[in-house]
Structures are given as structure tokens and as C-alpha cells.
Write a protein that binds this ligand. Structure first.
Ligand code: PEP
Ligand code: MG
Length: 881
């Protein structure tokens, strides 16, 4: 039997997400629940994959199957495509497994042409509605299928309103709309060079192809990379009979959430427009009314809708985001899905659902997107600074669409936001409304302010998804987007002016306001984090180089330091001098003199680290400075170094020249430095051991066992060479102090050779920690410093779908890790193994680390909460024995 590509809604169900996409699966599920869903069918994600395999064509078999289902739909609803009595009109909507704002979303009213529009005008006795549908269809089809910009049509509407001396679209008459429809068609012909298609089947296939095509557009590709969505998934297409919200004042359309997606507050929240179609709400073209007012306008439909909301929330056991239409007072459900939410809302909803006994603790943890916790760690306004600003600087108020605080300078285009953001500037993106083209700019902005649109406008939805502060729908703004200025409260704001936004109140301030970091330990957040700790098996440590980083990480729940990069302790201006003296020494004596300056600095830092972690393990890595990052390049620094070392400037230049490496990332760094200059290892060992002894004296109850980590090992003899120095020095130091102190000497595994000879390496190394930054670099053979320049082309060609330096390459690098753990534990069964490359804070990589039996992950302080939750999720999915 040949493969089935098309499913009527009643043939599917909610579990068929992979095949039918989220929207399709949920439409099927709602149909099965007996809810009022306009009927239709879903063309599967496999049809999309097949479309690409067939060279971007819908093959004959799939075409025939689609037509068979059109037949079935026509019979089911008693209407026919292009019929003179009872014409069928449909919507065509994309629907991937995960909802994706970068893709084509919706075409409404498909099936209309000059004849059909007259039929529905006569039948309904409502020609205004009929022509409104037609002009909308032409506009949407031209925009999303044929890629003729919306703006050309909007300009024609504006001209028509001007001519008719009206301000609102709803004030245009049937004749005006009819006239507009023919202007639109002329515009289409001018741009495309062909007449607007009149055959509903041709329209349908045009729309389906546009959905498939949109799976591969640049916006969708960016979104997919950001959200780890594989290209191979493809999107489904939903073809559904129209329900009309624009039939007059007895009709309307809206979107609603069963709980507030910004705060998590329980209770219906949403927006509603009378006499409108869906895109009016989402596009933010008209500012809608709150859902509560629907009760007054459509009491019966509202009561029914409230019941549907309850049914759906209980059924899915999660907050729902729904779209609906009222056609002549009758309710139709167009979509439901687990609603996107801010991290703050996610943790509140998860806790509330546990308390309401709707879900278990484990289900609650699985419901939260670990990456999104990052949002909770974003700053809020300093209370005092905000109080002052509240008195003097509020210039307007919009809708509080995505919480958080943002301060920056104004930009008016997404391109400018990207450009300024890349320079490290903090910007506020101000737009009339945003559209998917703006996504890249929105990512760089601290905050987003729009003139139009409500809680569910594009700006609001996308900003919430990104965790970016957003104030939308500030209608008081007089915008001059092209000229790059706006007016508000009698003031003119230009590019570069300071602006602050409060995404939790909607307030707009004409000044910069100080922000403070968020508190991650209280309330719902604290509860979720302790639940995460209850269910995780992996330890979570942090990468911290300074006592202040370590304190921050401990506050975020780190259970140790997995990596202290000692070379990073020398970036400060008052320390780098001594470090350079060490690098540029000509003799052992000179080097020892420089090291003597460095040792007390290191010891004090290490004491700070042990103190900050209060007895949790601390791993200190020996110096691993890629030399090019540390040798002086400025003439003034070179002169200062010459003076300090009593050398000529010429001599320093000679030394610098001699240190030049063609490939510093694979050069004289890591343990190679100790092999050439053992005195460096001696100094570092002393500093670590002395620090540990001092802290142990102060805190006798703490179990201080310093972990000394050797970087870049590739051969067991190399490991032994360095370890021997460490052991000799440490033992002498401990003996001299007359104390007892345990310590461990382990290695980073960051060279493929070390991974595949891990059984040998483990005869010396007492622990392993995967340096997956270098391990990725060395496995792929791309330089960490240069890969950014060409990886873009690899994503474009779909050779790689994500940055291997951010998301662990499980197949290649991961298999080296797995091998190393297995071999290492053959030699030393209980050895602890961790990871401290950047991947330690990436949820999918954390899951992999759990699955291969690592003891802990270590990541930067701000990612510790993410790693804790990801570790719990990994253990819930695949419990460790
Ligand atoms: C690594 O290589 O993954 C690592 C943690 O070390 P660094 O980034 O300092 O080279
Ligand atoms: Mg490394």
C-alpha cells in the first residue's frame, strides 16, 4: 500500500504530532473531543519532506490524494470549490511539530474569485463582507504565496480611506472594497506579470507550496537553529473550512490563553475583535478589546468558550493558547496548543498545576524549557532609580507584553539594532509594528516598543519567546518611521536618544534607568530549583575564575567549581605585567622571580574560591594561556615590560617575535608549558596547596580536597611528567605545614588522542574533565578562533544544523567522550568524570552527559540553573540506576 500523506481531522489525534504537526494533531484531537471545529484535513510533514526530495514539487500521487480529500471535505460540509450555489472557502495554514513564527502562517478565504464572491454576497445578503473577504484573500495570497509586499496593498487601502474621508477599515463600504479588490488584482498583475489565479485548485496548490517553501526561508532557518529544531522534520499543512469573523457585528475573532502567558496568573486572558478576521488580531493592525468584554457582546458564545477552555486545559493538563471565531454568534475553535510563556509564567504555572493536582512534580519539571530560565536571571530596574523615574520621566504607557527592564538608545530598524548590538551597544527597537523580518534585530535589542498591537501581536509573542522586554501597542506615539523619529508626550525622540521600558507595567521612560540583577532563589523559582535538585542525578558545578563569580554561582546553586582557568586571573591591568614578565623571561631565574610575584596573587584567589564554595569541590586548572592572548602588542606595554625586566625594548621585541606561533591554539599551551617550564607547575601547586591548608584551618568541618587539573594532555607519559612535579611539590608543602590534606591530580580530556588512550591516561589521572571546546576544535579540525567565518556557509548548505561549539556534536565528539569514560573507568572504576567546555550549560548536551554517565557538568554561573533543570529532565527521561 502506498504511503498516506493526507488525513481528515477525524482520522488523526493529538499523539500524531510528528506526522500532522502541532496544529494538525490538536485540530484532530479537538474534533475527537466533540468541540466545534470547522472541518478539514492535514497534509503531513512527510509530504513536505517528499516535496523537497522531489525537487520542490508536489508529486502526482500527493496531488491526487489532496484532491480526494477535497472531495471528502466537500461531501462532509455540503459545499464545493468554485460552486455557484454553495461554494467552499478554506484557510491554509502551516503547522510544524513545534510552532515556528518564522514560517508562513495563514491564508484565509481561499477559493474566492469574481464569480464566487458574487455568489456569497447574494447568499449572505452581505456584499460588504463578501468583498472584504475577497480583497483580504488577494492581499494575503499575493503577500505570502507570491511574495508581493503587503505594503503595496496597505498603501492602496490608505489611499481609499483618504478618498472616502474615513479612518477605519470597517468604515469602507461594499463598493469601496470591490473597487479595492480590482485595484489589488491590477497591482498583482503589475508585479507578477500574470492575472491573479481564479481557479480554486490552482490557488490551493499555490498556497500549499508556499507553506512547504516557507520551511526553508531564512527566518525559519534562524528560528530552527535557535531552538534546536531539525530541518528534517518538515512542516504539515492544514486545510480547513472557513468560519467567518467578519460577517458583521454578530461575528468576531480572538485569541486567548487559559492563564496569563506573561505572569502565569490563573484565569482567561486574551483579546477579541468584533467583525474581523484572525490576522487583524495577530498582526496588530487594529488594537483589540480584552477578552472579558466578549461576555457583554456575545454572552452565549462566551459561556460556551469558557467551557471549552476548561475542557482543553483539563485534557492537555497545561495552559492552552487558542484561536477562535464567532460567526453569526456561533463559536468555532480554530486552534489550541500548549501556550508559549515567559519563564516567570512557566515556573508559576508548573507550581500551580502541581498544587491543583493536575500534574506530578516530574511532569512539572518536564514542562519548563530549561533554556528559558535565563530570562529569570535578567535584570530589573533598581527600586530607587525606578521610583525617581516614575515621578519624573514616564512619557507614555503601552501594553506590558513581555516582562523585564530595558534601558538603551533608540533605533528604528532591525538592521540598525543588529549593527549597534554587534558593537555591544544596548538598544531599544522602536517600530510601528514588528514582523518576522525583524527577528534578528529583536534578538539584539534590550527592549522592543511598538505603536500597534496587543498581547498577542508578533512583537509580544516573539519578545516573550526570547525573554526580551517588550511594551506594545502604545497608540499615543506619532511615528515617523522612515524619518527615524517619533513624538510622544509633546517630545521628539530620535535615533540615539535614551529610552527605558518596563515590560511588566508597560511604562515608557525618557531616560536611562539603572538596572539590577534578578534574585533567583525566592518563590516559584526557588521551588522549581529544589525540585530539580530532587530529581537530578548529575552534579552541577560552575566555571569560575574569580571569587566573585564563584559566589554568584554558589547563589545559583552550583555544587562546586569544575573549572577555574588560572590564566584568567591575570587579565587585570595590575596583574598582567607580572604575567608578561613570566612569559618573556630569558632564564629560569628571571622566570622564578616573576613567578614569585604571581604566587601570592594566585594563593589569595584560590583561598577566595575555596571560601566561596564552602567545602564543595574546587577544580583548579593549571595555566593554559594561548600565548597570543597575553604577549603585549601596544608599544607602551612593551616599554613597561622592558623597564620591569631591565631589558632593552629591542630585546623584548625579539622575545615577542620568537614567541610568534602560526597556530597558537595548537601551540605552546596547556601542559606543554609545564614540560618546558616545570617551575610554573611548582609555583601553582604551592599556591593551591597553601590556600587549601589556610582555608581548612579556618573551616575544619569543610572537606577541602583540591582537585588539580592538567590541561591539554595527550599522552600518559606527559601526564606522569607533570603529575610527578605536582606530587613532589604538594607533599613537601603539606609535610612542611605539618597538616593532613588530601588532593587529587586529574586531567582535562580535550585532545582526541587522550580520549582514545584514556585507559592509559587513567593510570595517572585521578579524574577526567572534558574540555569540549578544544575537543570539538581538535575533532573537527576547525580553529575555535576562525570557525565563525565559515560555519555560516555550512549552516546555509545544511551540512551542520547547529554550532558544534555551542551544542555538542554527539556523534563525533560525543562518541570520543563515551569511549574515554568507558576506558578511563576500566582502569579506575570510581573515577569522577565531568565536562567543563561551553556545552556544560546547553540542555541537549547536558542530557547527553547524563546518558553517558558523567558525574557532573560545569558551566558559567548564569547557566547553572539551566543545567540543574536540564539534568533533572534528563534523569526523569532516562533514570540512572
Ligand atoms: C575546553 O577546551 O573545553 C576548556 C574548557 O578549556 P578552554 O576553553 O580554556 O580551552
Ligand atoms: Mg581547553
Amino acid at each position: 500500500m502506498s504511503k498516506k500523506y493526507v488525513y481528515m481531522f477525524k482520522e488523526g489525534n493529538g499523539k500524531m504530532r510528528e506526522l500532522l504537526g502541532g496544529k494538525g494533531a490538536n485540530l484532530a484531537e479537538m474534533t475527537n473531543l466533540g468541540l466545534p471545529v470547522p472541518q478539514g484535513f492535514t497534509i503531513s510533514t512527510e509530504a513536505c519532506t517528499q516535496y523537497y526530495e522531489d525537487g520542490k514539487q508536489i508529486n502526482k500521487d500527493i496531488q491526487a490524494e489532496i484532491m480526494e480529500n477535497i472531495d471528502k471535505l466537500e461531501k462532509l460540509v455540503g459545499k464545493k470549490f468554485g460552486d455557484k450555489q454553495n461554494p467552499l472557502l478554506v484557510s491554509v495554514r502551516s503547522g510544524a511539530r513545534a510552532s515556528m513564527p518564522g514560517m508562513m502562517d495563514t491564508i484565509l478565504n481561499l477559493g474566492l474569485n469574481e464569480e464566487v464572491v458574487e455568489v456569497i454576497a447574494a447568499k449572505s445578503g452581505n456584499p460588504r463582507w463578501a468583498w472584504d473577504c475577497y480583497r483580504r484573500f488577494i492581499q494575503m495570497y499575493s503577500d505570502v504565496v507570491m511574495e508581493v509586499g503587503k505594503k503595496y496593498f496597505e498603501q492602496l487601502i490608505d489611499k481609499m480611506k483618504e478618498k472616502k474621508k474615513v479612518t477605519q477599515d470597517v468604515e469602507l463600504t461594499a463598493d469601496d472594497l470591490k473597487e479595492l479588490a480590482s485595484q489589488f488584482k491590477a497591482e498583482y498583475k503589475a508585479k507578477i506579470g500574470k492575472d491573479f489565479p481564479t481557479d480554486p485548485k490552482e490557488q490551493l496548490f499555490g498556497a500549499i507550496k508556499a507553506v512547504f517553501r516557507s520551511w526553508d526561508n531564512p527566518r525559519a532557518n534562524i528560528y530552527r537553529m535557535d531552538h534546536d529544531i531539525p530541518y528534517s522534520w518538515g512542516t504539515a499543512v492544514n486545510v480547513q473550512m472557513m468560519a467567518f469573523g467578519n460577517m458583521g457585528n454578530d461575528s468576531g475573532t480572538g485569541v486567548a490563553f487559559t492563564r496569563n502567558p506573561a505572569t502565569g496568573e490563573k484565569g482567561l486572558m486574551g483579546e477579541f475583535l468584533v467583525n474581523a478576521q484572525g490576522e487583524d488580531v495577530v498582526a496588530g493592525v487594529r488594537t483589540p478589546m480584552p477578552i472579558a468584554q466578549m461576555k457583554e457582546v456575545f454572552p452565549e458564545a462566551f459561556a460556551q468558550f469558557e467551557n471549552v477552555c476548561k475542557t482543553l486545559e483539563n485534557h492537555y493538563r497545561d495552559m492552552q493558547d487558542m484561536e477562535f471565531t464567532i460567526e453569526n454568534k456561533k463559536l468555532y475553535m480554530l486552534q489550541t496548543r500548549n501556550g508559549k510563556r515567559t519563564a516567570a509564567a512557566a515556573i508559576k504555572i508548573a507550581c500551580d498545576l502541581i498544587d491543583e493536582k493536575m500534574i506530578s512534580e516530574q511532569e512539572a519539571l518536564m514542562q519548563i524549557d530549561a533554556k528559558s530560565l535565563d530570562m529569570l536571571l535578567h535584570p530589573t530596574f533598581d527600586t530607587k532609580a525606578l521610583k525617581d523615574a516614575d515621578k519624573n520621566n514616564v512619557v507614555g504607557k503601552g501594553i506590558a507584553a513581555s516582562p523585564g527592564a530595558a534601558t538603551g538608545t533608540i533605533v528604528f530598524t532591525a538592521e540598525d539594532a543588529v549593527e549597534e548590538g554587534k558593537k555591544g551597544k544596548k538598544v531599544i527597537l522602536v517600530r510601528l509594528e514588528t514582523s518576522p523580518e525583524d527577528i534578528e534585530g529583536m534578538k539584539y535589542a534590550q527592549g522592543i516598543l511598538t505603536v500597534r498591537g496587543g498581547q498577542t501581536s508578533h512583537a509580544a509573542v516573539v519578545a516573550r519567546g526570547m525573554g526580551t522586554c517588550c511594551v506594545s501597542g502604545c497608540g499615543d506615539i506619532k511615528m515617523h518611521e522612515e524619518e527615524k523619529y517619533f513624538e510622544l508626550a509633546g517630545k521628539t525622540f530620535r535615533e540615539g536618544d535614551a529610552l527605558s521600558l518596563d515590560g511588566s507595567t508597560g511604562n515608557i521612560y525618557d531616560c536611562a534607568i539603572k538596572t539590577v540583577p534578578a534574585d533567583p532563589n525566592s518563590g516559584y523559582f526557588g521551588r522549581i530549583m529544589s525540585l530539580a535538585d530532587k530529581y537530578k542525578a548529575l552534579g552541577v558545578r560552575t566555571n569560575a575564575d574569580t571569587p566573585s563569580d564563584a559566589k554568584q554561582a554558589a547563589a545559583f546553586g552550583a555544587q562546586g567549581i569544575g573549572l577555574c582557568r588560572t590564566e584568567h586571573m591575570f587579565f587585570d591591568a595590575d596583574r598582567i605585567g607580572a604575567f608578561r614578565e613570566m612569559i618573556c623571561s630569558d632564564t629560569v631565574e628571571e622566570r622564578e622571580a616573576a613567578l614569585a610575584k604571581i604566587e601570592p596573587m594566585q594563593q589569595a584567589d584560590f583561598e577566595g574560591l575555596f571560601e566561596a564554595l564552602g567545602g564543595y569541590p574546587v577544580t583548579i586548572r593549571f595555566l593554559d594561556p594561548p600565548l597570543h592572548e597575553f604577549v603585549p602588542t601596544e608599544e607602551a606595554d612593551i616599554k613597561a615590560l622592558a623597564k620591569a625586566q631591565n631589558k632593552s625594548v629591542k630585546r623584548i621585541h625579539e622575545i615577542i617575535d620568537s614567541l610568534h606561533e602560526f597556530n597558537p591554539m595548537m601551540g605552546h599551551r596547556g601542559c606543554r608549558l609545564t614540560v618546558t617550564y616545570p617551575e610554573i607547575a611548582v609555583m601553582q601547586t604551592k599556591a593551591i596547596i597553601k590556600a587549601a591548608i589556610n582555608v581548612k584551618k579556618k573551616h575544619s568541618a569543610w572537606n577541602i580536597v583540591p582537585e588539580i587539573m592538567i590541561p591539554l594532555t595527550g599522552e600518559v607519559k606527559e601526564m606522569k611528567f607533570v603529575k610527578d612535579i605536582v606530587v613532589k611539590t604538594a607533599d613537601a608543602e603539606i609535610k612542611a605545614a605539618g597538616v593532613k590534606l588530601k588532593y587529587e591530580v586529574g586531567t582535562m580530556i580535550e585532545i582526541p588522542r587522550a580520549a582514545i588512550t584514556a585507559d592509559e591516561i587513567a593510570t595517572e589521572a585521578e579524574f577526567f574533565c572534558f574540555g569540549t571546546n578544544d575537543l570539538t576544535q581538535m575533532t573537527f579540525g576547525f580553529s575555535r578562533d576562525d570557525a565563525g567565518k565559515f560555519l555560516g556557509a555550512y549552516y546555509g548548505a545544511k551540512i551542520y544544523e547547529s554550532d558544534p561549539f555551542a551544542r555538542l556534536d554527539q556523534k563525533g565528539v560525543g562518541s570520543l567522550m563515551k569511549t574515554a569514560v568507558e576506558l578511563g573507568r576500566k582502569t579506575r572504576p570510581n573515577m569522577h568524570c565531568g565536562i567543563c567546555g561551553e556545552h556544560g550549560g546547553d540542555p541537549s548536551s547536558v542530557e547527553f552527559c547524563h546518558n553517558i554517565g558523567l558525574s557532573y557538568v560545569s558551566c558559567s554561573p548564569y547557566r547553572v540553573p539551566i543545567a540543574r533543570l536540564a539534568a533533572a529532565q534528563a534523569n526523569i527521561k532516562n533514570p540512572r540506576k
